[in-house]
Design a protein around this ligand. Sequence first.
Ligand code: ATP
Ligand code: FE
Length: 328
Amino acid sequence: KLVLGIETSCDDTAAAVVDETGNVLGEAIHSQTEVHLKTGGIIPPVAQQLHRENIQRIVQDALSASKVSPSELSAIATTIKPGLALSLGVGLSFSLQLVDQLKKPFIPIHHMEAHALTIRLTNKVEFPFLVLLISGGHCLLALVRGVSDFLLLGKSLDIAPGDMLDKVARRLSLIKHPECSTMSGGKAIEHLAKQGNKLHFDFKPPMQRARNCDFSFSGLHHVIDKMIMQKEKEEGIEKGQILSSAADIAAAVQHTIACHIAKRTHRAILFCKQRDLLCQSNAVLVVSGGVASNLYIRKALEIVTDATQCTLLCPPPRLCTDNGIMIA
Ligand code: ATP
Ligand code: FE
């Protein structure tokens, strides 16, 4: 059985063909990141237009790379939610047209469920397992009990960690930094943090007293914004120029976010173990999403999994971000 997967929920137009054993026969992806970096964020009608311009070619490329003709497909799977309505619409209407033309079954896919299940393409992971999804658009902790059986344990009450890192990177004008100009906000912060001293700033991790597994990043974001403004005054530079303390700020921001994410995840593991929702001796924590590629945050999560006898698994980077394979 061969399934064509189509993904257009945000700013990547992606497609792939996967067989019933999880073999990837071919894939194609078009990223809009460069365009959105210039405008400092995604403008939905722009994303929609770019999806429209690329979807036909991307689906064609995925089929050609797979050496599969449309008539050989068993089904077409497409992301139907959550995401930007205008972006989702392009993939959905394209798929429905294809479904109609080819007379194939249609499989509607929940984008977050696809992210959560992706690990099973590369590792033998049995249900139940815990998943932490951290990206620019999402932040959640869930217990995965089966292919369509999820228990949501916690989520961000405001923005996602990648969104916050992107905002801080923009505020620090890291796009003008010679070493970071082509990197996403999160990657730029990770890169610069290596040259900084996290102890030069003391940001408090959010929600220290909250007895649940939720997250919050916008309060911390405002504290950092204020700190940057103060530093600009102290250093006598204009907004838009790069602070000499930018690397220290990056290191402290990354450290604070890592602490927050690790603590909330620790709570989720303890909660599940106390209620026998996870295997006591061999529980698995899967971490995915663009922010999961951050090695400092991964290290913090490793400390938590080591202390709780859990195994930490991350899909390879190309499967951590949006792609057609996870949908197929
Ligand atoms: P979603 O797929 O959940 O709708 P998204 O399109 O933002 O959201 P991804 O492509 O998975 O998802 O992730 C992109 C985000 O990951 C960006 O916010 C980016 O700044 C962040 N990111 C990428 N690399 C790193 C890194 N090394 N450290 C921290 N954050 C990173
Ligand atoms: Fe995603």
